[in-house]
Design a protein around this ligand. Structure first.
Ligand code: SF4
Length: 572
């Protein structure tokens, strides 16, 4: 073995570079004593006591404080924030859901936060500060009383992206804004939703608590999905929103008074069934995916994206928070299975001494959430809604985005775009993410360029939110919407061609079968837009009827009974 820089003047053979193999023997004399060991021996380190930095977390919340302490929270959709507030009120807590974050929240977040954070931090931290300023400056509550009588509950994790820093950011901004000691309690997402900071006494994290939370989240998801399905086709603008407002009232009453949620959802069904719709209007269906907070918020954090799309004549397909819960469960199951594979190689399964039992519990959790969702959906009238198959999503995206990467939405963004185009679920997909979001714009969007190469029919638009520049974003969306409308029109034309019908035949059929125009009706999925689905639905019905009629005519001719035409025959 020779070093690459060794003297080769006497070599006669072909020139080859041979690199040394780094073994313990060759490594140690080269690099030891290492920098740390040498530094520790230096006199500068001798007399200095070790003092590690420790982030002091004001987190005490005891059962005695419950009566006078208001729990603040927020960050999901408006419906879910309100329902969670009602659910916690029903459990005996004093709670308040903060308003949807706006530009003022962003400015406050930037003023008191560190540089270089992603903007969900600025929006959510600023939103909390905005409310605390309101208490102090407008309601005249002294700061020590605010610190004593309020606390904030939010989700947290240890990473891998900047989400892991949110709790520290909250504390930094609160301290700098004059609310030193204000408590921020975290639900750890990756650790099975257990409280990571805080004294357990105040928040009783028992089955009842989580059940109420899950019910509130799922009820919110079902109503949100219903709203987006109906609003795009309403005949009188504002009808759906008015009905949704009444629905929120029913659910809030049920959750806060611990009454039957199913009965409340049934009342919602009746409210929504009164909205008049016309599904023959051509509305391109647009999926909104992306970073969790950016795609979920309904305010200035994503330029009111959902509202803007609807105002431009699109039907919005939102991602549900229930799907996020399923993703967390999937991630845990995947990791346990991988650790099981490692066990024979000497790896450990530190998380659980009983991995089989844990897998069964996770499977049960998955089934329970899906079951609860479908019950709520059917009662409310949300038919034919399929929650994503997490295993299929992971398998589909795995070749392009490794399933081990978990920041942000992990492989889900890539998987969702692939699913959308393979199964023609929507006419266009928008992926929205905060500026500089590492998992979403840094990784997923890079992979999406390959997805669009592999599936040229994809209409995909990634947008980054910064809190300003809304006009620029709207203009980019409008340009892509033009393409989406063309795709939707093509879907409709194909559907007409396939069944040999036209718009007039569809109108005629709808006049004689008005139940297809009921707001809760859902035609089976066949194409990227709802109007194309409706044409496929009607075309298939007409075709079946035509076949029955032809068979009957053949039968009649064969037996010489003479042709007869039924009244419904003539109508069709
Ligand atoms: S997913 Fe993106 S925006 Fe969200 S916390 Fe992580 S880095 Fe920030």
């Amino acid at each position: 073995m020779s070093h690459p820089n060794a003297d080769r003047s006497n070599d006669t053979g072909p020139r080859r570079t041979v690199y040394p193999i780094m073994t313990e023997k060759t490594f140690t004399p080269l690099y030891a004593p290492c920098f740390e060991a040498r530094s520790r021996e230096s006199p500068a380190f001798q007399d200095r006591p070790t003092s590690h930095w420790f982030d002091k977390q004001p987190r005490r919340f005891t059962a005695e404080q419950r009566e006078h302490t208001t729990l603040l929270f927020g960050g999901l959709t408006v419906a879910q924030d309100r329902f969670i507030q009602a659910a916690l009120t029903g459990l005996g807590y004093k709670t308040l859901a903060l308003d949807c974050p706006d530009s003022k929240s962003l400015n406050l977040g930037k003023e008191f936060g560190n540089r270089g954070q992603c903007n969900p931090t600025y929006f959510t931290v600023g939103n909390l500060l905005k409310y605390l300023h309101h208490l102090r400056d407008e309601q005249g509550i002294p700061t020590p009383d605010i610190v004593e009588n309020y606390l904030f509950v939010t989700a947290g994790t240890c990473g891998p992206c900047r989400f892991g820093m949110y709790a520290t950011e909250y504390r930094k901004a609160l301290r700098d804004a004059g609310f030193e000691g204000f408590r921020v309690l975290l639900f750890q997402q990756t650790d099975g939703l257990k409280q990571a900071t805080g004294d357990n006494d105040g928040l009783a994290m028992d089955t009842r608590f989580f059940l109420q939370l899950v019910k509130a989240v799922i009820a919110g998801d079902v109503l949100n999905a219903m709203g987006y399905r109906i609003r795009a086709f309403e005949l009188k603008p504002g009808d759906t929103d008015a009905a949704m407002k009444r629905c929120h009232g029913h659910v809030i009453e049920a959750l806060s008074r611990r009454r039957s949620l199913l009965r409340a959802l049934w009342r919602c069904r009746r409210e929504l069934a009164r909205v008049a719709v016309d599904r023959t209007q051509l509305r391109p269906r647009i999926a909104v995916i992306g970073e969790f907070w950016a795609m979920t918020t309904e305010g200035e954090g994503n330029y009111r994206l959902q509202q803007f799309l609807e105002s431009e004549g699109a039907e919005v397909d939102v991602q549900l928070i229930t799907a996020w819960l399923l993703y967390l469960i999937w991630g845990k199951r995947y990791d346990v299975r991988r650790r099981e594979d490692l066990a024979p190689l000497g790896g450990s399964d530190a998380d659980s001494p009983d991995p089989r039992g844990l897998l069964v519990r996770l499977w049960l959790a998955d089934r329970s959430i899906r079951g609860m969702f479908q019950v709520f959906a059917r009662v409310t009238g949300l038919y034919d809604y399929h929650l994503p198959d997490m295993e299929a999503l992971a398998n589909l995206s795995h070749d392009l985005y490794d399933n081990h990467l978990r920041g942000g939405e992990g492989h889900m963004e890539v998987g969702k775009v692939m699913m959308n185009v393979i199964h023609n679920k929507v006419n266009m997909t928008i992926s929205v993410k905060p500026f500089g979001c590492m998992p979403s714009s840094g990784i997923s969007d890079g992979v999406q360029s390959l997805v669009t190469e592999l599936y040229p029919k994809t209409i995909f638009l990634p947008i980054e939110t910064t809190g300003d520049g809304a006009v620029n974003i709207y203009s980019r969306i409008q340009m892509q919407l033009f393409k989406a409308r063309q795709a939707a029109q093509q879907d409709v034309d194909e559907a007409y061609g396939r069944y040999g019908i036209d718009a007039e035949a569809v109108d005629r059929y709808l006049r004689t079968h008005p139940r297809l125009q009921r707001p809760l009706h859902r035609s089976p999925h066949s194409a990227g837009s709802t109007s194309a689905d409706l044409i496929h639905d009607i075309g298939a019905r007409l075709r079946s009827w035509r076949r029955i009629r032809e068979t009957a005519n053949r039968f009649v001719r064969a037996f010489g009974l003479g042709a007869r035409t039924s009244p419904s025959d003539r109508r069709a």
